[in-house]
Design a protein around this ligand. Structure first.
Ligand code: BEZ
Length: 214
């Protein structure tokens, strides 16, 4: 089954480096980033898991948990964690799913046989507290992800939910945002954007970035 934006993320039970979990229950009322790795003991994945672990706190500050997936066993994951510590100077501090039967990879369409017949591709799913899929990224096995970009899109999604704004091209936190075109009631505009806004076109209205967490 193909997953589309806005769909409920498939629930599953899995073994992880932090014990067994039931995915939706584990997410609870937080956001979640689920990301897949082609295989253990591979160079790009090793660097990614070091970086994801380093950024765990930055994601938690945004009420977001990280969880990785690789098709090898939990015992293998623990052995790999030692290499991550040694080479990346960082303890693996996020759960890593042992998807040995590819059950999760299949449910999330992480296997792209025309790209690679054996390994999962590098997927990222951003899932909100209602368990809805809000963003999907797919990278080839050979390209490491940019976790700063994943933080950036999380900031954008959370701003949209809280403030009825969208984020323009190359937006970075703190920069001007645009008001959703669906918002036209002057009273609502005044209440939501007390600092005012610039109307460049009726459909293109910019306003200062609302403070995070407000
Ligand atoms: C890696 O994670 O380094 C990797 C995995 C599969 C193919 C190429 C690179």
């Amino acid at each position: 089954m193909t997953i589309l934006l806005g769909d409920v993320a498939p629930d599953f039970q899995a073994q992880t480096t932090e014990g067994p979990l039931s995915f939706h229950e584990w997410i609870g009322d937080t956001w979640c980033i689920l990301f897949s790795h082609p295989k253990n003991f591979t160079p790009v994945c090793t660097t990614e898991l070091g970086e994801a672990s380093r950024l765990k706190e930055a994601f938690l500050e945004r009420n977001c948990k990280l969880i990785g997936l690789s098709i090898d066993s939990v015992a293998d994951h623990h052995r790999w964690a030692q290499d991550i510590q040694e080479t990346q100077g960082q303890t693996l501090n996020i759960p890593l799913i042992a998807d040995h039967d590819c059950a999760v990879a299949s449910a999330y369409d992480m296997l792209h046989p025309s790209s690679d017949t054996t390994f999962t591709v590098r997927c990222v799913f951003v899932i909100d507290p209602f368990k809805k899929v809000r963003l999907m990224l797919t990278y080839p096995a050979s390209t490491g992800r940019n976790f700063a970009e994943i933080l950036r899109v999380l900031d954008s999604l959370q701003l949209t939910d809280a403030h009825s704004v969208a984020t323009p091209v190359n937006w970075l936190p703190g920069e001007e945002v645009v008001i959703l075109p669906t918002l036209t009631d002057p009273a609502v505009l005044q209440q939501k954007f007390p600092q005012g806004y610039k109307e460049i076109k009726p459909y293109l209205r910019t306003t200062p970035c609302p403070a995070a967490g407000t």
